[in-house]
Design a protein around this ligand. Structure first.
Ligand code: ATP
Ligand code: MG
Ligand code: MG
Ligand code: MG
Length: 566
């Protein structure tokens, strides 16, 4: 590509509202342009980066056996009614009506749509497993869109959904995706960490997040360098009864603090007869359970509609009342207690909350019958134990000390189990001709967020420093006097042709600008390799080479330049 034929539009100063460096640099380098809050155009230069990220994702997803499709951005509201998320998703869901007054949403995610496809087409265990993925535009009406494309409202996500005949098979695919994500982020050239987002071990029931490490990250991660222990502190903090200490905890979100709550209080809040207190309340937050009070077997719907077997009709609490009581946003209250594996997820993540609750119950003199750690519930898990950690605290697995870093969530894998299959009746006939719900996994990567995260992780005072794998161009040629000097022009054109022939992604900056301007732009854009061609060097058969991270340029024989770059 020649600059003169391309579109390079850089800015000296970033607009005032750009709070973090990646947002400032993306605007200054002309990678994106803002259209509205959280809504951006990807300019040609930025789009090149995005496409490189996408290609790596495609290659690795295909390699892992997933199959690409493309689902619609606009989805019928009915499907969301059916899954129950029409009510539960809240204001992040952009809803609209068509000319016939029918409800639609602009998809923030695609579990409903994909499950609808699979329930129609797949009937037998012989057609399973399946894994579909797409790279597609999502819309989430984020309460606080910020940091440019990092928390946009419209953004690009790679989302994959797998369907299985058994939990074992789901776990196999989950592990496959864990490994695939590890390869993807390694190839992208990012420093990242996978952390437990609920249970601590891969292969167990659960969820993992992949974070790019950067000081501006919104999440706090605790990990141990001497073992593979790593977790998102936010989860633990969600359960912490006291304020977290230490730098990592300072700006962490408070999710819920059910400190020393008494059974009676819960009953009162829910308007339930005390002796017949509902057995379980598990709160889903961002697709993950964060809290469980007591042990149980009822869904929110059952609780709220009063269809609880063996319970008298009573006044049901509103969402707002439950939220106020729990001190957190109510996402989803799910069926628990039926499947022991599900009970485990919840218990693992909520031991701190439960222990407070149970203490409270004991103090109140009402004892919860039959609830005991170790017997009815697992022992407190390592996730619960890392709340309030500071760097240097012993790792919960006893294998070293904890380090704390901030991270940007760029990927999330999740074992959904049969949640959507049950809600949308997605079943198959097993080997014995029995109808069963499919086990599902979902796997997301924030494609546009990755670009911001890469810059956040790697930049200097002059601009972006892109990993070679995703740089908009690999090499730039900066001729000193392209218009004026024929010698320079001939050499620059020849090198340009040679680099293209060698399949190196090259930008020839043939703009009629002062060298200082060209240098500053190429540095701002973050191209990894720069070759300067000037008359003086050419006399000796030399080009001037400087890597984006190098402090000094060096002269390289023109003949050797391609070998040098490779
Ligand atoms: P966050 O905690 O940052 O709000 P999330 O947990 O809500 O993210 P997921 O539902 O797990 O997001 O979506 C999968 C991936 O999509 C995330 O890991 C993230 O990389 C990306 N993503 C989510 N929300 C946004 C957003 N508003 N802008 C850009 N990327 C996003
Ligand atoms: Mg998250
Ligand atoms: Mg979110
Ligand atoms: Mg997530």
């Amino acid at each position: 590509m020649r600059s003169s034929q391309f579109f390079i539009s850089t800015l000296k100063e970033a607009p005032n509202d750009a709070e973090i460096v990646s947002h400032q640099l993306m605007l200054r380098a002309g990678l994106i342009k803002r259209l509205a809050g959280g809504i951006y155009t990807w300019m040609p230069l930025g789009l090149r980066i995005l496409r490189k990220v996408e290609n790596i994702l495609r290659e690795e997803m295909n390699h892992a056996g997933a199959v690409e499709l493309l689902m619609p951005a606009v989805q019928p509201g009915e499907l969301w009614q059916e899954s129950g998320r029409w009510e539960k998703y809240g204001p992040e869901l952009l809803r609209l009506k068509d000319r016939h007054q029918r409800d639609f949403v602009v998809g923030p995610t695609h579990e409903e749509v994909i499950t609808d496809i699979v329930r129609r087409d797949v009937k037998s265990y012989r057609q399973l497993p399946l894994h579909f993925y797409q790279i597609q535009t999502k819309f989430r009406d984020e309460i606080r869109p910020r940091f440019g494309v990092m928390r946009g409202r419209e953004f690009l996500m790679k989302d994959g959904y797998s369907f299985h005949a058994s939990f074992d098979d789901l776990q196999r695919e989950y592990r496959n995706m864990f490994d695939t994500y590890t390869r993807i982020f390694t190839r992208l050239g990012l420093e990242f960490r996978a952390v437990a987002a609920d249970t601590g071990s891969i292969g167990g029931t659960g969820s993992h997040e992949f974070h790019v490490l950067a000081d501006s990250g919104e999440d706090a991660l605790a990990y141990c360098s001497d073992s593979d222990y790593a977790a998102n502190v936010e989860l633990a903090e969600a359960l912490a009864p006291t304020k977290p200490r230490g730098a990592a905890g300072e700006s962490m979100r408070k999710v819920a603090t059910p400190n020393q709550t008494r059974c009676e209080d819960v009953a009162n809040y829910l308007g339930l007869p005390f002796e017949k207190t509902v057995k379980a309340i598990a709160v889903m937050h961002d697709e993950a359970f964060t809290l469980l009070l007591l042990r149980g077997d009822h869904t929110l719907n059952e609780i709220k509609t009063g269809k609880l077997p063996g319970l008298d009709p009573f006044r049901f609490a509103t969402d707002a009342e439950i939220e106020r009581f729990l001190g957190c946003q109510l996402g989803y209250i799910g069926p628990v207690g039926v499947d022991p594996a599900k009970v485990r997820i919840i218990a693992d993540r909520t031991v701190a909350a439960m222990s407070d609750f149970i203490c409270g119950a004991n103090e109140a003199g009402f004892h919860l019958t039959g609830v005991n750690f170790g017997r009815d519930l697992p022992e407190p898990s390592i996730v619960a134990d890392i709340r309030n950690v500071v760097a240097g605290d012993p790792s919960p697995d006893g294998k070293g000390v904890l380090e704390l870093r901030r991270g940007i969530e760029v990927g999330h894998i999740f074992q959904l189990r049969t949640k959507y299959a049950e809600a949308l009746n997605c079943s198959f006939l097993d080997e014995n001709g029995q109808s069963q719900f499919m086990e599902m996994g979902c796997y997301g990567i924030g494609v546009t967020r990755i670009v911001g995260a890469a810059i956040e992780q790697c930049h200097d005072e002059r601009g972006c420093i892109f990993p070679a794998a995703i740089a908009p161009f690999t090499v730039c040629i900066v001729p000193m006097g392209y218009a004026k000097s024929e010698t320079v022009r001939t050499a620059a054109d020849a090198l340009y042709t040679d680099l293209q022939a060698a399949d190196i992604d090259v930008l020839l900056d043939d703009r009629n600008e002062r060298p200082g301007v060209l240098f500053a732009d190429m540095e701002l854009i973050g191209i990894p390799h720069r070759i300067v061609i000037g008359e003086r060097g050419l006399k000796e058969g030399l080009f001037e080479y400087q890597g984006r991270r190098d402090t000094e340029a060096k002269m390289v024989p023109a003949r050797e330049i391609i070998a040098f770059l490779k």
